[in-house]
Write a protein that binds this ligand. Structure first.
Ligand code: AMP
Length: 411
């Protein structure tokens, strides 16, 4: 009987998932379906697509708003769907995206109750993601206690950064207590690093900046396909302006909000994580498509600021690498917004970026080069695939190989 793996990326109101066939040790994983459960806590729906993107399921499901019961009911529906549709397969394991692994987890880990308790400690550092990542693991453990579960961390890829890129200029005891720049979106960067040679040849091992521009957004500077610096730091708040997160902010603003303005810790947390970024500046939406479609001057300004910040921090990461040979766009905005890419590339002309306007505007899917033949910096759009990375790590952990070695290819 074929074994299947399930990959889960669990958020506040939705769960994204993908199922893979495992053919045998070391062999490639084939995606059989992917989908999402949306609207948890409200009008929940289960949506599933097949191998070729064809819709397989789209129906209302009953999921309560209870934070413990809700995820359990959602996963019950999902396992029920898999039982009925994954004929001839047994589910061998579930791999999870877990946003924060702190310093302790530099590799994917098979989850035990003790590990789960350690991961709970990082919840205050990633309040938007970590509690939902962990409640998915708990819900599945409640339903299928013997099913192996593997946690894959977004912080892990950045463990190669030099000390100067990781350090905060704070007193030693605070740094030693773990207040460091961890970096995030590591599973996305790891996937891009694994496929870079397919597209960039020898330049893949040169000075590359990858721009993961989605609801969350960050840049990663790579040399030899290893992380050297990232715009995200101690938490996933730092760096670029995002859908609802503020990005880099003078720490004095936080002191002012809590001191002179008397805001509580919870109110400041909500402001910086959920009410700022594109949403806060435009006053319209945190969704780039909606902001781009608006004629309101505040929407224009929100995009101006977004682009300004990307260009400013691209310059900073190029400085940390001592140059720039390639720029890669990925994630929802990076893969789909030609106008955002054009504006970022125009602002990066001083770095040697020359955009091929036609290639940038072409309605194409898949990886593609969008710079001119004469551009000193190669510019690419490469769709990310965090789910495949998680599936590969999960397979490797179960086969007792430790982490999947993405540098050996086969992604
Ligand atoms: P992600 O978190 O990677 O799913 O990315 C979500 C972001 O991508 C949202 O801000 C979407 O509005 C944005 N996005 C998706 N498609 C497009 C598009 N065609 N044009 C502009 N933004 C897009």
């Amino acid at each position: 009987m074929t074994q299947a793996l399930l990959v889960i990326n669990s958020g506040s109101s939705s769960v994204k998932f993908a199922a893979y066939d495992v053919a045998g040790p070391g062999s490639a994983l084939a995606r059989i379906a992917n989908g999402r459960i949306e609207g948890i806590g409200g009008q929940a729906r289960l949506r599933v697509w097949g191998q070729g993107g064809e819709p397989l399921e789209d129906r209302r499901i009953r999921v309560s708003a209870d934070p413990v019961l809700g995820p359990e009911e959602a996963f019950e529906e999902l396992f029920d769907w898999l039982d009925r549709h994954a004929a001839g397969r047994t589910l061998g394991a579930v791999g999870h995206r877990v946003v924060h692994g702190g310093e302790r987890f530099a590799q994917p880990a098979r989850v035990t109750p003790a590990i789960l308790a350690q991961l709970d400690a990082f919840t205050p550092l990633a309040p938007l993601h970590q509690p939902h990542n962990l409640s998915a693991i708990r819900a599945i453990a409640g339903l299928l206690p013997d099913l192996p579960q593997v946690a894959c961390f977004d912080t892990e890829f950045h463990a190669t950064q030099p000390w100067v890129a990781r350090a905060c200029a704070l007193p030693r005891p605070i740094t030693e207590a773990g207040v460091k720049r961890y970096g995030f979106h590591g599973l996305s960067y790891e996937y891009i690093a694994s496929v870079l040679p397919d597209y960039l040849g020898a330049v893949a091992d040169g000075k590359v900046v990858v721009a993961h521009l989605g609801n969350g957004a960050s840049l990663c500077a790579m040399q030899d396909r290893r992380s050297m610096a990232s715009t995200m730091g101690f938490t996933a708040l730092d760096g670029l302006m995002m859908g609802t997160r503020c990005g880099s902010l003078d720490p004095g603003v936080v002191l002012h909000l809590m001191g002179a303005m008397g805001m509580s810790l919870q109110a400041v947390e909500k402001l910086l994580y959920e009410q700022s970024g594109l949403l806060g500046v435009s006053g319209i939406s945190g969704d780039m498509r909606t902001v781009e479609a608006s004629e309101a001057p505040e929407a224009r300004q929100a995009i101006d600021l977004y682009v300004y910040r990307v260009n400013q921090q691209l310059g900073s990461l190029a400085a940390s690498l001592g140059g720039l040979e390639a720029l890669v766009f990925t994630a929802g905005i990076g893969e789909n917004s030609a106008s955002l890419r054009r504006r970022v590339c125009e602002g990066a002309a001083w770095l040697g970026v020359a955009l091929d306007e036609e290639a940038n505007e072409a309605q194409a899917s898949g990886a593609r080069c969008i710079s001119t033949a004469g551009s000193r910096v190669a510019v690419w759009v490469i769709p990310t695939n965090e789910e495949l990375m998680i599936a590969q790590h999960t397979q490797a952990v179960l086969q007792g190989q430790g982490a999947h070695d993405w540098r050996s290819g086969g992604a």
